[in-house]
Design a protein around this ligand. Structure first.
Ligand code: NDP
Length: 490
């Protein structure tokens, strides 16, 4: 019996006119029916969000009351973590260890923005006119269109919903057509938390109709997008219709720089975490390993041993370390880039094949390739899979040049015990995140976002909430004298 999910529009759970099949990537079999939102569904959701913006049930709430709703939501996410994690694992193939731990973070992000809600402040401006008082009010920017990709949908929507709701916005969130189950289940928690009808709407459907209708809608004032650069270009073109302010969290080709003085055990675990956690389907995947010559053989040997020992299998089993890729399309993409990379001179050190004996699931072995130059496709392109491309350097200057030789700039890692070098590199690397002697650490308190093709804007941290507000300048004339010459600007 297939499970079925409903979309959430204007405080009501409903079926869509059409549905599509969702496939369990661990088995390759259809396991659930998902609602495919039409352009008309999107329009109803945006209209509801627009109406809710000015209705007293939401508009008249104090900022502290909005914060309390977010605290309640955080508690509900934490209480339902196991169920949400199992759904996310079933629909995306991400291992249960990862989905459980990530949902713990999701609750923390909602808690953080719950606390921020009543700290969003305006200003009093010491204007250069003696008979004027000027204030700045910070107001919610309006209806937000949130769009998330298939990996980490709960997490990537928390970094949008949290600040948007803290700021008093309303939102229509589009889940990806791949793996939307956890977000549709999360909608029930939003409802239970007591958000007024229309404040949060959650639907899913295909990019071309649902995503297009949402991002071009005239009542949308802000688009918060996470996904790939190609879709981002569509979104930016779409926003020419409504001139919505747009933030883009895109992909990466993040370098991990390892110097001869680094701690071998620590580095090898961090590199493994950076590329093989979530089967490499992470925007911050450390997919380019840049290693100094003196460390190269020791580190590669260790990485090959560790990669071969990774337990691949059923993502619902707590002992599993690497699950399947989320879609067949994703596995085909990885295979084709890998083939082109080997043809371009890359040498396979381990992996490179579908994992055997695991039925029809989309499993792929942890793979390491040694690459002679940056023209090798696996060095240049984001694969979004478990493929580590290795390059070797001699000097710090070469390492920086290789690291920055990319149009992406999301994350980077530096492994060295030399403090002065670490500081130099944090300045020289062109990326939104530099992790030193660690990798893949996140926190609601710290902004997250990229340079170049990795995107625009930042999510997480205090400033992110301001991106969901706009200022209103209020001028109050305090003089009782009649206004003088009407033909000059005052
Ligand atoms: P896509 O860009 O293909 O899709 C992202 C979202 O956009 C999906 O919901 C998709 O819907 C939707 N979409 C597709 N076409 C349109 C359109 N014309 N208008 C509006 N929306 C549309 O990305 P993937 O799903 O393949 O995700 C992987 C990408 O996401 C990688 O590049 C990865 O690096 C990036 N990413 C970035 C992160 C960051 O924070 N920087 C974090 C995680 C991932 P549908 O699924 O229905 O096609």
């Amino acid at each position: 019996m297939l499970k079925s999910f409903q979309q959430y529009i204007d405080g009501t759970f409903e079926d869509a006119t059409t549905t599509f099949d969702s496939v369990n990537p661990a088995t390759g079999a259809v396991w659930a029916k998902m609602p495919a939102a039409s352009a008309a569904d999107v329009d109803r959701a945006v209209q509801a969000a627009h109406r809710a913006l000015s209705e007293p049930a939401w508009a008249a709430l104090t900022a502290s009351a909005r914060g309390k709703l977010l605290y309640r939501l955080a508690d509900l996410v934490a209480e339902n973590a196991q169920q949400l994690a199992e759904l996310e694992t079933a629909d995306t193939g991400k291992i249960i260890r990862e989905t459980r731990s990530q949902i713990g973070y999701v609750a923390e992000y909602y808690r953080y923005y719950a606390g921020v809600a009543d700290k969003i402040q305006g200003a009093y401006l010491p204007v250069d006119k003696p008979d004027m008082e000027v204030f700045l009010r910070r107001e919610p920017v309006g209806v937000v269109a949130g769009i998330v990709p298939w990996n980490s949908q709960l997490f990537l929507s928390a970094v949008k919903l949290g600040p948007a709701l803290a700021a008093g916005c309303t939102i229509v969130l589009k889940a990806s057509e791949d793996g939307p189950a956890p977000l549709l289940a999360f909608a029930r928690l939003v409802h239970q938390a007591g958000f007024p009808a229309g404040v949060v709407n959650i639907l899913t459907g295909f990019g071309a109709d649902c995503g297009q209708a949402l991002t071009t809608h005239p009542l949308v004032s802000r688009i918060a997008f996470t996904g790939g650069p190609e879709t981002a270009r569509h979104i930016v073109r779409n926003s020419a219709e409504n001139l919505a302010a747009t933030s883009l969290e895109l992909g990466g080709k993040s370098p991990v720089l390892v110097f001869d003085d680094a701690d071998l055990e620590s580095v090898s675990n961090a590199v493994i975490a950076g590329i093989f956690a979530a089967s490499g389907q992470s925007c911050v995947a450390g997919s380019r390993l840049l290693v100094q010559r003196g460390m190269r053989e020791r580190l590669l040997q260790r990485l090959i041993e560790k990669a071969r020992a990774i337990r691949i299998g059923d993502p619902q089993d707590v002992a599993t370390e690497m699950g399947p890729l989320a879609t067949r399309r994703q596995r085909d993409h990885i295979e084709s880039v890998l083939k082109a990379s080997l043809a371009a001179g890359a040498v396979l050190l381990t992996g490179g094949e579908r994992a055997a004996g695991l039925g029809e699931g989309y499993y792929f072995q942890p793979t390491i390739v040694d690459c002679p130059d940056a023209q090798v496709p696996s060095v240049a392109q984001e694969l979004f899979g478990p493929v580590l491309s290795v390059m070797t350097f001699d000097t710090e200057a070469q390492a920086v040049a290789l690291a920055n030789d990319t149009r992406y700039g999301l994350a980077s890692g530096v492994f060295t015990r030399d403090l002065t070098r670490a500081h130099r590199l944090t300045r020289a690397l062109r990326a939104g995140i530099v992790w030193v002697n660690t990798y893949r650490a996140v926190s609601p308190i710290v902004p997250f976002g990229g340079y170049g093709l990795s995107g625009l804007g930042r999510e997480g941290g205090l400033d992110a909430v301001l991106e969901y507000t706009r200022t209103k300048s209020i001028w109050i004339r305090t003089s009782d004298e009649p206004i003088a010459d009407p033909f000059v600007m005052r």
